[in-house]
Design a protein around this ligand. Structure first.
Ligand SMILES: N[C@@H](CCC(=O)N[C@@H](CS)C(=O)NCC(=O)O)C(=O)O
Length: 209
């Protein structure tokens, strides 16, 4: 089977899939599209992913998009290596799902406002009011994690799961942007723990661009 991940490596949503593929030790090739690489407007790409966004996963003639759904699919299709990443126990899996969805609903919007505003927008064009509001909302989103990370090393328990991947690609940005952060020692300890993971260091903990 030929597996292709379409998407630039600087995208947080592509990083989620890269981290999952590497953790599951699945072979793949990655093709740069999106951002400065463009090529997401072509009829061929839109036929694979009508949103024109990245990532897109292609396995022979099976194609799908939406980063969190791709991560779930890769684990469901490869249950043995995914035993701890996306556990089969219904309660544990529900908790992983809950936190994955919370990333998309609570973290993603303010995270985008702050990251795009501070990292990808020239200083003279920045809407500092929107960015300031985004920083506060983002702090509230990370505060959801703090009491759980104070109880166990990863979001759902003792092991890295898809929930950690969904939030973990973003927490590197949170700790490396010039913003005021409420004190969250358990969140910081979790980020430091992620930094010990060679896959995280190679694919996620990179200069912000
Ligand atoms: N909900 C989608 C969002 C995808 C998305 O917003 N991707 C961004 C990059 S993180 C994108 O494609 N931006 C335009 C581009 O890179 O050309 C997912 O989770 O996969």
């Amino acid at each position: 089977m030929r597996r292709t991940l379409w998407g630039r490596s600087t995208s947080s949503n592509v990083m989620k899939v890269l981290w999952t593929l590497e953790t599951l030790k699945l072979p793949y090739e990655r093709i740069d599209v999106g951002g400065p690489f463009g090529k997401t407007d072509t009829p061929e790409y839109r036929a694979m992913n009508p949103t024109g966004l990245v990532p897109t996963l292609q396995e022979d003639d099976f194609v799908m998009w939406e980063s969190n759904a791709i991560m779930r699919y890769l684990c469901t299709a490869n249950p043995l290596p995914a035993a701890t990443l996306f556990p089969q126990d219904p309660h544990v899996r529900a908790r992983v799902d809950q936190w994955m969805d919370a990333q998309q609903t609570n973290q993603n919007r303010p995270g985008g406002v702050v990251f795009l505003g501070l990292v990808r927008t020239p200083e003279k064009d920045r809407d500092m009011t929107a960015i300031g509001r985004g920083v506060r909302e983002l702090g509230n989103a990370y505060a959801l994690l703090e009491p759980h990370l104070a109880k166990h090393p990863y979001i759902v328990g003792d092991h890295l799961t898809l929930a950690d991947i969904a939030w973990g690609v973003h927490v590197h940005r949170w700790f490396n942007m010039p913003i005021e952060r409420p004190d969250m020692p358990a969140l910081r300890a979790w980020y430091d723990r992620l930094l010990e993971n060679p896959i995280y260091r190679e694919h996620v903990a990179r200069p912000l661009v």
